[in-house]
Design a protein around this ligand. Structure first.
Ligand code: FES
Length: 652
């Protein structure tokens, strides 16, 4: 007689096993992803499965109710004490009796898929760097002089096949009472090691530890530091939080911070402590919000631009301020929290993504990890819009990267009525072609204003200024309505037929909103504002165009706008402005904070780290500063939308 057939869904893996084989054992042998922390002792319930009954013509099996063994004592005790969902069994206790189809629910899979909202986005398969293991350690014996740690290591080897485990002093300091309190049964959190480190015990608890361990995905920007706190067993984001980068007091943008370090003997050091303090404040905040103990944060991934990268590490960014922009290292870094003075678990592993080049940092690498241009069949242009635009262009064959100095205009800086995105800032604009009057939406209100800039919500929130996405829509709308011409000049009242245009020194300005009667601001767009936007968008466009030259193409299949700000840009307006190359509007999508997502992928899927390191090594870097064609593209791109490039999509 042949052994019963066991089929697992959803994997479809199958094999024949002797009557009495535990389902967990069958799963292990077939390489089915079925979780276990207690190693089959009926304690953790991570191994839950659902037997399916009935006819399975696809698999050629008929499964009867008695295909699995009856509840055994361990399983029954678990069910009585902790309960099991209807139809569930513990995979480590239930044994094969006859042909059976076993469904492994998502929560019982270690490598479950972590949900991402966008259809075109890369999926995240959970594969954390730190996992929990329950073990039973041999008791000490007068005749065997081995230490407690050595016997614990033997147990990990024998019960989990984990070899060469190390432990820091603080684990040794706490281990002995815990082993005894747990009566030689303990749970350990093991960091599984990486290219440079052996596996390491991160924490130890008496008995079975029913909790979890956490990781942080940190996006260290020049303006804000944002972090997601993730449960490393489920991949779930438990809390997200951000703080202002305290380095702002040393300079608004990166270059002013580099000059601060050049001009002050201890400047770099001051900025290093400032950013680390900011980071620690953020970690305390996020742990408080999620109500967890910070010492349970055992893994963290950082992404940032090269200057922030050096300042966080305590490396003077001097060399990044001048050609040839040499990085101290462009490789990925694997460090410990206490190397950087961070107040999470002292030996928490810190992973910093590789930098692509002196101007294109780990943040761009994270964008590449999230958007995966190197896996794309069609040619995709990814722009991460911030004070510096990082640009990637590529497909499966090759990927090119550059950065372009857009300056802070897209963030509302250096614009007369500009401001950061905050409640009260104008973020959406429409200009009426007949009256040439704007209607707008401010952040914090869902209603469009009337032509005098009013509605009930705005009356409550007030109008404070224009943020980056508002400026882009405003200038594009002004261009579409003939208020601004292609070279970027605002027309006079006679030329435009609008009394909103008025002479303002030697050029004209356009009135957006007059709140002065009620003590509010007077918001106008000056010709200098237009100029600032022209410079910023010309820098962005010429960077993209230069990469297209190098690739040997004059159009791209799709465009991805990344960056927190990219999420708010309207594709149509970006194209009217000539910020991005011509492409069908439905092929222009927003990826939100792709750098932050890349950090989360690297945190939750350890294998992706080696993958992005290989990708970055293969990326061709293009240095815009030394390319003569960059200047040429820049000059042409200063016109709106462009002096020479056609934008056929806009006319179709
Ligand atoms: Fe822990 Fe089954 S493996 S209960």
């Amino acid at each position: 007689t042949t052994d019963p057939l066991v089929v697992f869904t959803p994997s479809g893996k199958r094999g024949r096993f002797a009557v009495g084989t535990p389902i967990l054992t069958a799963a292990r042998q077939l390489g089915v992803d079925l979780d276990s922390v207690c190693g089959g002792r009926g304690i953790c319930s991570k191994c839950q499965i659902t037997p399916s009954y009935g006819e399975f013509s696809k698999h050629g099996v008929t499964v009867k109710e008695d295909a699995l063994s009856d509840w055994n004592k361990v399983e029954q005790r678990y069910k009585d004490k902790r309960g099991l969902k209807e139809g569930r069994r513990l995979g480590c206790q239930a044994t094969v009796q006859a042909d059976v189809v076993i469904d492994v629910p998502p929560e019982s899979q270690v490598h479950k898929q972590v949900v991402r909202k966008r259809a075109e986005a890369r999926e995240i398969i959970l594969d954390p760097s730190t996992k929990l293991y329950y073990i039973e350690v041999a008791e000490p014996d007068m005749h065997d002089p081995s230490g407690d740690l050595e016997r614990l290591r033997d147990a990990l080897h024998a019960q989990w096949d984990l070899a060469e485990i190390t432990a820091d002093l603080h684990i040794l300091q706490m281990m002995q009472p815990i082993l005894r309190k747990g009566e030689w049964k303990v749970t350990v959190a093991v960091h599984l090691g990486d290219a440079e480190n052996k596996p390491r015990i991160m924490n130890i608890w008496p008995g079975y530890y029913d909790g979890t361990v956490y990781g942080l995905a940190v996006d260290l920007g020049s303006t804000t530091i944002a972090a997601h706190l993730c449960d490393l067993q489920t991949g779930e984001v438990l809390a997200s939080s951000g703080v202002m980068n305290p380095q702002i007091r040393f300079g608004e943008d990166l270059m002013s911070r580099v000059s601060y370090s050049m001009m002050n003997a201890r400047g770099a050091e001051e900025m290093t402590s400032a950013v680390r303090e900011g980071m620690n404040a953020l970690f305390t905040q996020i742990a408080t919000e999620a109500q967890i103990d910070k010492s349970l944060i055992v893994d963290a991934v950082f992404v940032c631009n090269p200057v922030m990268h050096h300042l966080l590490l305590g490396i003077d960014p001097f060399e990044l301020g001048q050609a040839p922009f040499a990085l101290a290292t462009n490789n990925a870094l694997r460090l410990r929290a206490d190397d950087l003075g961070l107040n999470i678990h002292p030996s928490a592993r810190i992973y910093m993504l590789p930098c692509i080049a002196g101007h294109v940092g780990a943040d761009a690498a994270a964008v590449a990890l999230s958007e995966a241009p190197d896996k794309s069949d069609d040619l995709v242009l990814v722009v991460d819009v911030g004070t510096n635009a990082e640009i990637l262009l590529g497909n499966k064959d090759k990927v090119l990267a550059c950065s372009s100095p857009t300056g802070p205009a897209f963030e509302g800086a250096q614009i007369s009525s500009g401001q950061r995105a905050a409640p009260g800032a104008i973020e959406r604009v429409e200009i009426d072609p007949a009256t040439k009057a704007p209607r707008f939406k401010v952040i914090g209100s869902d209603m469009w204003s009337d032509e005098d800039g009013f509605n009930e919500m705005i009356a409550a929130t007030g109008v404070t200024g224009i943020c980056g996405s508002g400026i882009i829509e405003m200038v594009a709308e002004m261009r579409l309505n003939g208020i601004v011409d292609a070279p970027g000049l605002i027309g006079s009242a006679e030329q435009t037929g609008s009394d909103r245009c008025f002479q303002d020194g030697r050029t004209n300005s356009y009135l957006v909103y007059d709140g002065t009667a009620s003590g509010g601001p007077l918001i106008t767009i000056t010709n200098r504002d237009i100029r600032e936007i022209q410079m910023a968008k010309a820098a962005l466009y010429s960077g993209a165009r230069l990469l297209m030259d190098k690739f040997g193409v004059d159009k791209v299949d799709r465009v991805v706008l990344a960056g927190a700000f990219g999420a708010h840009i309207s594709p149509k307006h970006a194209m009217v402005l000539g910020m991005i190359p011509d492409a069908p509007l439905d092929k222009v999508t927003s990826a939100g904070n792709a750098a932050g997502t890349g950090a989360r992928i690297a945190l939750l899927n350890t294998a992706s780290r080696a993958e992005i390191e290989a990708t970055v090594r293969a990326i061709h870097k293009v240095e815009t500063a030394i390319e003569p064609r960059f200047q040429e593209h820049f000059v042409n791109a200063s016109a709106i939308p462009n002096a020479v490039e056609p934008f056929p999509i806009l006319n179709s």
